[in-house]
Design a protein around this ligand. Structure first.
Ligand code: 6PG
Length: 253
């Protein structure tokens, strides 16, 4: 896992945008198409702004397809929707073609059916790896202060899922259900970018990356969900800002 600390949220976002654009240029050059999976929360908004500020990203848009690592079980007009967040801050301003946007929810109240429909779309539209798993080129993730990522919350059923790629997940701590990619799907991504900013994350990051953490093989029984997103061992990058990294001792960028 490659960890980089930036002085501010803005620098973090600009670096994340640069990495996304670099991977997008590679994807379009090698495969003629670029697949990104977006996350929710507040961190992506700055990254979207940094993407919009770069003319190279504008040139990538026609070949860029948007997916979501997770979403809440709400309509796209709801303020909790991760799709709404992206429409407002990225998709509309960048004039994404409608056919390039693949939201997890299609309006079916049956969340299991929605999850199966989305998994079928992932399998249909994305190239597959040697194990037949669909490959997202850039998986953009965040971390909640409880160590969750996507909608894989500590102790929830989806965390243990090893066959399905996209599921409806009961989240008792939020008294709700979410839709989320599972670890097999997240870990099959070509590039995993975990962007974590803000003082609220410092304590959890200190626990995860403190001296006692040898960075060895993740243990689902004791590690937080975000620690279980390990990719192929060398394609996971964590971009932090100083506030989030306050309790960890690593070189600053
Ligand atoms: C979601 C996100 C979630 C998010 C973290 C961090 O749907 O809420 O996918 O996993 O990435 O909660 O959120 P912030 O960016 O607000 O810190």
């Amino acid at each position: 896992m490659n960890v980089v600390v930036f002085r501010s949220e803005e620098e973090n976002a600009r670096a994340a945008a640069r990495l996304i654009i670099e991977r997008g240029i590679e994807a379009v050059r090698e495969r003629g198409i670029f697949h990104i999976a977006l996350s929710g929360g507040s961190t992506p908004v700055r990254i979207y702004k940094a993407l919009l500020a770069d003319p190279i990203f504008a040139a990538l848009v026609p070949k860029t397809h948007l997916w979501w690592g997770d979403d809440r079980a709400v309509g796209h007009e709801h303020n909790d929707s991760n799709v709404k967040l992206a429409v407002e801050h990225l998709i509309a301003p960048a004039h994404f073609p409608y056919v390039n946007v693949h939201p997890p929810l299609s309006g079916n109240a049956d969340l299991e059916a929605e999850a199966m429909r989305y998994e079928a779309q992932l399998r249909k539209y994305l190239p597959a790896d040697a194990n037949g798993l669909p490959i997202i080129d850039v998986q953009l993730l965040g971390m909640g202060d409880d160590g969750h990522t996507a909608s894989l919350f500590p102790g929830t059923k989806a965390l243990a899922e090893r066959e399905r790629l996209f599921v409806a997940n009961e989240v008792p701590q939020l008294k709700t259900r979410r839709l989320t990619m599972t670890l097999p799907m997240l870990n099959a991504s070509r590039q995993i970018l975990v962007a974590i900013t803000g003082a609220k994350k410092a304590a959890r990051l200190g626990e995860i990356m403190g001296t006692e953490n040898t960075g060895g093989t993740p243990d689902p029984a004791t590690d937080y969900p975000v620690e279980l997103v390990v990719g192929n061992g060398s394609n996971v990058t964590w971009f932090l800002d100083e506030a989030a990294a306050a309790e960890i001792d690593i070189p600053r960028s």
